[in-house]
Structure formats: C-alpha cells, structure tokens
Design a protein around this ligand. Structure first.
Ligand code: KGT
Length: 275
C-alpha cells in the first residue's frame, strides 16, 4: 500500500494549556475518525500567551511535563504518528526556550526532535514587530526520520523562507515535509501559498503545513490556510480560517515515479558553497 492519509490540524491557541490540549485532542480525534494515520499540529499549539515571555513559565525539560505526556499518550491511544507542532523546551538559558517540534510513533515513543533554526526577528508593519530570538534559542540541526509512509523532514513557520534548509532535508532523503506554523495574517496573505507550494515543487515533496488560524489573546491574528500540497504543487486540501482538520491522501509510489519522470532534483548543480 502506497497511499496513506495524513492530517493537518488548525487551531487558534490561547493562554490556557489545558484548554488548548483539550481542543487538540478533539481535533486529533476528528482526524483519526477521518482515517488519518499521521496528524500534524500547528506551532505553539499548546500555548499562545499575552506576550512573548509568557511561554517561559510553561516550558518543559525534554522528556518530562504535561504537554509531552499528552503527545505521547494521544499518539499511543489513537495509534497514530503525531507531529507535535512546537512546544517550549528548556534550553539551559533561563531567559530563552527552544521552539521544539517532537514527533511520536504509534507506540507513544518520541522518535524525532527538531528545534526551530530561523527565528522571526522582523517588522511586519508599523505596529507589528517580532523579536523571537529574545525568548528563543535557535536550533542547530536539521531533522529527518522514517515512517511506514515515507521519510519525513521537519521545518517550522519562518523556516519556510529559507530554501537551503529544505534542500538539506531533501539531501537527507525527505519525501514529506511537515511545517507547523503560526504565520502572521499580513505575511500570510502575501506569501503563505507561494512559499508552501514552492517548497513542495522545488523538492518534489509532499508538504503538510498546519497553521494557527484565528485571533489570539496577544491581540494578534494568524493567517490560517493550513494545507497539504503534493509534489507537483497541487493543493490537495486546505482550510482558510478557524479550528479544524485538513486531510489528504499521499502516495509515495506516485511521488517516486514523478521524481524519475521529471528529475529536477537530480539536475541540480552546486553553484555556490553554503556559508
Ligand atoms: O505570533 C505569535 O505569537 C506566534 N508566532 C510565532 O510563534 C512564530 C514566531 S514569532 N511566528 C513566525 O515564525 C511567523 C513567521 C511568519 O509569519 C513569516 O515568515 O512571515
């Protein structure tokens, strides 16, 4: 069997961890009822507080804490692969956390961890400035891991703007790239579909983007439009705003044939060395 159903969950997370986990639980259940074998949660699914520093209070050591327990238990109870958006993990620096994406197998074992590498330090408009690096310590390593339905690479939100990261994931054999996100409304309108479809096409990969999509207690609005893109750049399914689940069937046999028939990823030349 080369066809597998994957789901992206869209949320509008708030400042109550327990309430966010309950909502995530409900949406994961809905995805499983729709036949999903793998579910991807958005960035910051368990917590979006009143300001950037608030997450420091709910950070967990890697391998301990209620959010990681929730992810492990849910993966096991539902018998699914669960890609846990991002959660704040302790970094060793008391003022900064790692924005970590943890992946669990159907036994509830954490099999992969990716810490967001590119941090969102930008001016989005006159009233919207982000300085993620003030409260987040950047990751240093790319992450890929194997599942029965293909090799998964991980990237997070602002990482979408850095094609060299995705090339590294491709080099490491990625076939499906999961991108938990919390895109801003302004930049999402301008670039979200463009970036997600481009990263899929240029790497002939499936791309599963689970986004935050609603209003948050910090007064911000996130873009939403969680979507699943196939290696030809076709959007298989999407959800523009609000809470919900996006499912689609991925077919790695079809992908392997496409990569042979239309071999752009084999026609690459090394034109400059990475810094
Ligand atoms: O806004 C929040 O509170 C939650 N957002 C996040 O946690 C992160 C870091 S601030 N957002 C992004 O990376 C947006 C990237 C983006 O929007 C782009 O690249 O255009």
């Amino acid at each position: 069997m080369t066809v597998h159903r994957i789901a992206a969950v869209q949320m509008a997370s708030g400042a109550q961890v327990a309430a966010n986990l309950q909502e995530a639980q409900r949406l994961i259940q809905e995805a499983v009822e729709n036949g999903a074998e793998c579910v991807v949660l958005p960035e910051n699914f368990a917590f979006m507080g009143a300001n950037d520093h608030a997450k420091l209070a709910i950070q967990e050591p890697f391998g301990e804490g209620m959010i990681q327990q929730f992810l492990a238990q849910t993966a096991k109870q539902q018998g699914i692969w669960l890609i846990g958006g991002t959660i704040p993990l302790a970094s060793g620096d008391p003022h900064r956390v790692r924005a970590a994406c943890l992946a669990y197998n159907p036994e509830g074992i954490c099999v992969a961890r990716y810490d967001k590498i590119h941090l969102f330090d930008v001016d989005v408009g006159s009233h919207e400035r982000y300085e993620e690096s003030q409260t987040t310590d950047p990751g240093q390593e790319i992450t890929v891991f194997d599942t029965p339905f293909g090799r998964i690479g991980l990237a997070i939100c602002y990482d979408l703007r850095f094609p060299e990261l995705f090339r590294c994931l491709l080099e490491q054999g990625a076939e499906i790239i999961c991108v938990p996100s919390a895109f801003t409304d302004i930049t999402g309108r301008a670039h979200w579909e463009l970036l997600t479809r481009t990263r899929a096409v240029e790497n002939l990969s499936y791309l599963i983007a689970a986004d935050q999509g609603g209003y948050h207690v910090n007064g911000r609005k996130t873009y939403g439009d969680s979507l699943i893109v196939d290696p030809w750049g076709h959007v298989l399914n999407r959800l523009f705003q609000g809470l919900g689940v996006v499912t689609a069937d991925i077919d790695t046999e079809h992908q392997a044939q496409l990569r042979q028939r239309f071999p752009t990823i084999h026609h690459r030349k090394i034109l400059c060395q990475a810094r």
